[in-house]
Design a protein around this ligand. Structure first.
Ligand code: COA
Ligand code: OAS
Length: 169
């Protein structure tokens, strides 16, 4: 399952992405972290988790992309570019979603509720999606927008706070 998800991620990247796009490093590590969590407890898993955490800090620092294994992210994730991309570990993101540099998916207040994002959602550069918002399928979030309320499927939303400009596209 985890390998299949990563194959779907790769389909959204050019050939030989490891040489061309730093974001694939973060995605590969995220998928591997999910795989380790799915394994039976034991010494081998413990050792792998220690290595995972070391790799996580390294990749997070090198790429500026923080994709913790606690987040649930569907297959076909595409991250354009890198830097300042933070996903809270309780967030849920559907399949075939696109993130870009500067995107935050997180809470509004410490330990507050977190976004649930549908499938085929395109998130523009530096957009911030905060709190327990529900984003439908096939949504576009404009660059630099701050999403603080639900966005229905098919809509495009822009601005601070983000407002729907097209109900369907
Ligand atoms: C929102 C977006 C998807 C365009 O959607 P669209 O349906 O084609 O919208 P339009 O371009 O027709 O613009 C509609 C209105 O929204 C405004 N608008 C578009 N993007 C906006 C944004 N990010 N923030 C605020 N307003 C925006 C336009 O100025 C226009 O306003 P007007 O009707 O008063 O003239 C696009 O502008 C965007 O932000 N894409 C993100 C891509 C990105 O991050 N690129 C960086 C590459 S690294
Ligand atoms: C910076 C830029 O324009 O990147 C283009 C890229 N195709 C994207 O969608 O993010």
């Amino acid at each position: 399952m985890i390998n299949i998800d990563f194959d779907k991620d790769l389909e959204r990247y050019p050939s030989r992405p490891f040489l061309k796009e730093q974001s694939i490093w973060a995605i590969k590590l995220y998928r591997w972290g999910r795989f380790i969590d799915s394994q039976n407890d034991g010494l081998f898993k413990k050792l792998k988790l220690q290595f995972y955490w070391l790799a996580f800090r390294l990749v997070e620092t090198l790429t500026g992309i923080s994709l913790p294994k606690g987040a649930v992210i569907g297959p076909g994730l595409r991250i354009w570019h890198f830097g300042n991309i933070f996903v809270n570990s309780g967030s849920i993101i559907g399949k075939n979603c696109t993130l870009r540099q500067g995107v935050t998916i997180g809470n509004r207040h410490e330990d507050g509720p977190l976004p649930v994002i549908g499938d085929n959602v395109e998130i523009g550069a530096y957009a911030q999606i905060l709190g327990g918002v529900q984003i439908g399928n096939n949504v576009k979030i404009g660059a630099m927008s701050v999403v603080l309320s639900d966005i229905p499927s098919g809509a495009t939303a822009v601005g601070i706070p983000a407002k729907v400009i097209h109900a369907n596209h």
